[in-house]
Design a protein around this ligand. Structure first.
Ligand SMILES: *[C@@H]1O[C@H](CO)[C@@H](O)[C@H](O)[C@H]1NC(C)=O
Ligand SMILES: *[C@@H]1O[C@H](CO)[C@@H](O)[C@H](O)[C@H]1NC(C)=O
Ligand SMILES: *[C@@H]1O[C@H](CO)[C@@H](O)[C@H](O)[C@H]1NC(C)=O
Ligand SMILES: *[C@@H]1O[C@H](CO)[C@@H](O)[C@H](O)[C@H]1NC(C)=O
Ligand SMILES: *[C@@H]1O[C@H](CO)[C@@H](O)[C@H](O)[C@H]1NC(C)=O
Ligand SMILES: *[C@@H]1O[C@H](CO)[C@@H](O)[C@H](O)[C@H]1NC(C)=O
Ligand SMILES: *[C@@H]1O[C@H](CO)[C@@H](O)[C@H](O)[C@H]1NC(C)=O
Length: 422
């Protein structure tokens, strides 16, 4: 067995490795290799004890320990008296020919991997192998996090119709076996993606799963709907018959949102005089979830609202908000504006809409009339409309109560106070 001669020769021919896996617990009903723990977690610096026993003394042949870590396989211990620093056997196998447990001292993160206890039986013409089911060893140390199934996002917020990215990394050192994505946990969890097989039209994988040493099992789910809200778990399985769940990521909670509509601000239906109070209302609809904030501002300064209501829209899961505020009009308000500001989980920036107060103010004109005698017994009558607002004006001349002329095409001039004269 030249390939097993050196403890530093890490790679065994793939034939042997295939055999190691294929023969796991199934090759020979009479002869069995037992590894009681399927996984062990130890702290760096501690002693690791790996249990192994074989069911019988015969047939003859050595027992070996291997560590498998990603693509790499190493001989860990050989019970024939060779020196392996840090490794000791628990029992003296010369006397006890069933217990092949070992101890590894001064454990470090480099010792992470799956440890297989393997019995070789030498017969003719072939050699056969019976392997234990393997014990996965994780080491808690400063770097222990990199040996876990990781999902980097605790939560993800996505708008309806968009695409959500769910990150997952699975250590290369884990035992062989598939990685699956589930929504929810427990027996009723829903399979979202299988990297090996199946049809998942809305899911795309991000990592290069087929590439050796790949640790990226992230996915993208497109065309999100409200029904996609929930917690998604990336779960590593250990190969077997059937595959067994090995470790789950901590989960990523997905919140599905619907954007609110652009707010609409409605001022009073008719203009109002200086000193009067006018109401402005603001409405935004179609959003999910219900939580939303609406603020009012006048010239950028927050003002209070009279009332704000959020109601569910008919035949829909979505909501509508409406709010009213009041403003007292002053002579300084020709350039003033009120703002309705809406913020929601689905938005990166608040949505806002302004309304100019100038569109609301009414200042009646101060009318005066002058007469000038002109030749041929005629008089010129001059009408002056002063300090009015808004600009649009028409003058109607009455002669003894009868309409004599309508001037619609006047062009008033604006004075510095914002008021018009014509
Ligand atoms: C143990 O076995 C290996 C081959 O597996 C051999 O190279 C080595 O010399 C043996 N050591 C002893 C002390 O017999
Ligand atoms: C290793 O760390 C994990 C997470 O911090 C902890 O739950 C576990 O108990 C630790 N195991 C040991 C053996 O210290
Ligand atoms: C050794 O393995 C057998 C099964 O093959 C099991 O019944 C027995 O309890 C094991 N002994 C120890 C000490 O693990
Ligand atoms: C061999 O080891 C097993 C497990 O530790 C034990 O049950 C058994 O009694 C031992 N046999 C002898 C002969 O020491
Ligand atoms: C403004 O709105 C409040 C509350 O809806 C209402 O009570 C009040 O009459 C309104 N004022 C005006 C001037 O429309
Ligand atoms: C209208 O104009 C006259 C003359 O300029 C002024 O005396 C009067 O106070 C004004 N009335 C109002 C209501 O502004
Ligand atoms: C005003 O109109 C009425 C009927 O259209 C007419 O009878 C009357 O004479 C008019 N008055 C003047 C002052 O033109």
């Amino acid at each position: 067995m030249p390939i097993l001669a050196s403890q530093t020769c890490p790679l065994l021919p793939s034939l042997l490795l295939t055999l190691l896996l294929r023969f796991t617990g199934t090759s020979d009903q009479e002869f069995q290799v037992t590894q009681p723990e399927s996984s062990i977690s130890v702290r760096a610096g501690e002693i690791l004890t790996l249990g192994c026993n074989v069911s019988a003394r015969s047939p003859a042949g050595p027992v070996l320990w291997f560590r498998e870590n990603g693509q790499e396989r190493r001989l860990v211990y050989n019970f024939n008296g060779s020196q392996f620093p840090r490794v000791t056997q628990v029992e003296d196998t010369e006397f006890n020919q069933t217990d092949y447990s070992i101890r590894i001292s001064n454990v470090s993160p480099k010792d992470v991997g799956t440890y297989y206890c393997v019995k070789l039986t030498i017969g003719h013409p072939d050699m056969s192998y019976v392997s234990g089911p393997g014990t996965y060893v994780s080491v808690n140390g400063t770097t222990h996090e990199i040996f876990q199934v990781q999902q980097s996002e605790m939560t993800q917020t996505v708008s309806i119709g968009e695409t959500v990215t769910l990150s997952c990394s699975v250590p290369d050192s884990f035992p062989k076996g598939p990685v699956l994505w589930f929504k929810g946990s427990g027996p009723s969890r829903e399979l979202i993606y299988n990297f090996k097989e199946g049809l998942f039209p809305r899911v795309k994988e991000i990592g290069h799963i087929t590439k050796a040493g790949n640790t990226d099992f992230s996915i993208r789910i497109s065309d999100i709907s409200l029904a996609d809200a929930g917690t998604y778990y990336c779960v590593k399985f250990k190969e077997g018959k059937p595959d067994r769940e090995f470790q789950s990521g901590p989960g990523t909670e997905v919140f599905v949102t619907i954007l609110p509509s652009l707010p609409v601000v409605i001022g009073p239906l008719e203009r109002a005089l200086i000193g009067q109070t006018v109401n402005f209302s603001c409405m935004s609809y179609g959003f999910f979830p219900k939580d939303i904030t609406l603020k009012w501002f006048k010239n950028g300064k927050e003002i209070s609202s009279l009332q704000t209501h959020i109601v569910q829209m008919k035949n829909s899961n979505t909501y509508k908000i409406s709010s009213t505020t009041e403003v007292v009009l002053t002579l300084q308000d020709f350039y003033s504006y009120v703002t309705c500001n809406v913020n929601h989980l689905s938005l990166h920036y608040p949505l806002q809409k302004n309304a100019d107060l100038s569109e609301t103010i009414l200042v009646p004109s101060n009318m005066s009339i002058f007469e000038h005698l002109i030749p041929k017994n005629k008089i010129n009558v001059i009408c002056k409309a002063k300090k009015f607002y808004a600009e649009g004006i028409q003058l109607i001349w009455l002669n003894n109560g009868n309409i004599s002329q309508i001037d619609k095409t006047l062009t008033p001039s604006m004075s510095s106070d914002g008021l018009y004269t014509v």
